[in-house]
Design a protein around this ligand. Structure first.
Ligand SMILES: NC(=O)C1=CN([C@@H]2O[C@H](COP(=O)(O)OP(=O)(O)OC[C@H]3O[C@@H](n4cnc5c(N)ncnc54)[C@H](OP(=O)(O)O)[C@@H]3O)[C@@H](O)[C@H]2O)C=CC1
Ligand SMILES: CC(C)(CO)C(=O)C(=O)O
Length: 315
């Protein structure tokens, strides 16, 4: 299987990063782009941890890129690196080139898009949901910068017995739903607050945002520990204290970065709001007034100033 190419879909920051990473691991890679061709060579400025010291190295990767309609091969390993709202369509475009027994992995933030994708796969195909805490910035069509070291995990979306192993065995985990809900929890705090207030991730730790952060965390821990929450088995451990530690750590580690939602609002692009706050609002067994305000503040620009005032007056 190793010599059949990986099909990576999406030539954004994460797609280019994974195309380079898979190639470095000795795989052949075919990359599908939508609007902007990355050309034949991708430059990766990568970070590595050498005995606790972060080192930067620059490497060039020869990767074959295609538009979906130019594909001719059949693929048995697919990695989709689009935003959550594009996931299902991105797969549909290449579905005729994906084998019946294929492993299909996705790496998008939020929850909801994975189930939409599962619904259109064949029973014989395996969906691997992924989460990543790597930070990657796309500088040009063929140039990316690794801005934060992180971990990536994949797990079967629908568990099978015996459990299968992801084509890159070391990245396989059994508890992907737990990891996804943990990531969602962090995104449901940092992303909307940084986007609405137009601030960097580290700024949410400032004193002026403390009552808002506390109110957001308290409400989230009430959902996550609620026995009727659809993910309750995977989220019981997310108490207010546990959430606070997670959010503070990520805000600190990425303090100088803009969150993806902040960047999307700033550049007037579609956000992943529906798959983060939207997922929580749809699936919570209790009312979530703070998360509702955050959702509205991101979704409706005309309400943003009013939402900001309400959020800052929370105690
Ligand atoms: N960047 C990061 O550091 C991190 C990102 N993530 C998550 O990873 C996911 C990807 O993020 P990121 O790479 O930054 O996002 P980008 O917006 O940079 O990239 C997404 C890419 O998908 C492409 N795409 C969308 N639909 C299709 C399609 N039908 N066919 C081919 N390509 C398509 C887009 O093309 P086009 O250029 O035409 O829009 C775009 O290039 C998101 O869910 C994000 O939240 C998670 C952690 C960190
Ligand atoms: C973890 C965080 C908040 C890092 O910026 C992120 O995942 C995002 O921006 O979407």
């Amino acid at each position: 299987m190793k010599n059949t190419p990986w099909l990576v879909i999406g030539a954004g920051a994460i797609g280019l990063f994974w195309a380079c990473k898979l190639e470095k691991l000795g795989n052949k890679v075919h990359l599908v782009y939508r609007s902007e061709s990355p050309g034949k060579k991708i430059t990766l400025e990568s970070l590595t941890d050498e005995d606790g010291q972060q080192q930067v190295s620059v490497s060039k990767h020869k990767i074959k890129s295609f538009k979906a309609e130019e594909l001719t091969d059949q693929y048995d390993k697919v990695l989709i690196c689009t935003k959550s709202f594009d996931l299902k369509n991105a797969f549909s475009q290449v579905a005729a080139h994906v084998s019946d027994q294929a492993n299909i992995a996705c790496l998008c933030n939020g929850i909801g898009a994975q189930a939409e994708l599962q619904n259109i796969l064949l029973e014989t195909q395996t969906l691997w949901a992924g989460t990543t805490s790597e930070g990657v910035l796309k500088i040009e069509a063929n140039h990316i910068k690794h801005t934060g070291l992180g971990d990536t995990y994949f797990g079967e979306w629908q568990q099978t017995t015996p459990a299968k192993s992801f084509p890159i065995e070391s990245l396989t985990v059994a508890n992907i739903h737990q990891r996804m809900i943990e990531k969602l929890a962090v995104n449901a705090v940092i992303n909307p607050i940084t986007a609405i207030f137009n601030i960097h991730n580290g700024d949410i730790l400032n004193e002026e945002f403390k009552p808002l952060i506390d109110a957001t965390l308290s409400e989230l821990s009430n959902v996550f520990t609620h026995p009727k929450f659809s993910y309750s088995q995977e989220s019981q451990h997310l108490t207010q204290e546990n959430l606070k530690n997670r959010v503070n750590t990520i805000a600190q580690l990425t303090r100088l970065n803009r969150s993806s939602m902040h960047e999307d609002l700033r550049l007037q692009r579609q956000t992943e709001n529906s798959f983060i706050s939207g997922f929580l609002l749809e699936n919570s067994p209790i009312e979530l007034p703070v998360q509702r305000l955050l959702y509205d503040g991101v979704a409706f620009s005309e309400q943003r100033e009013e939402v900001k005032k309400k959020l800052l007056s929370l105690s």
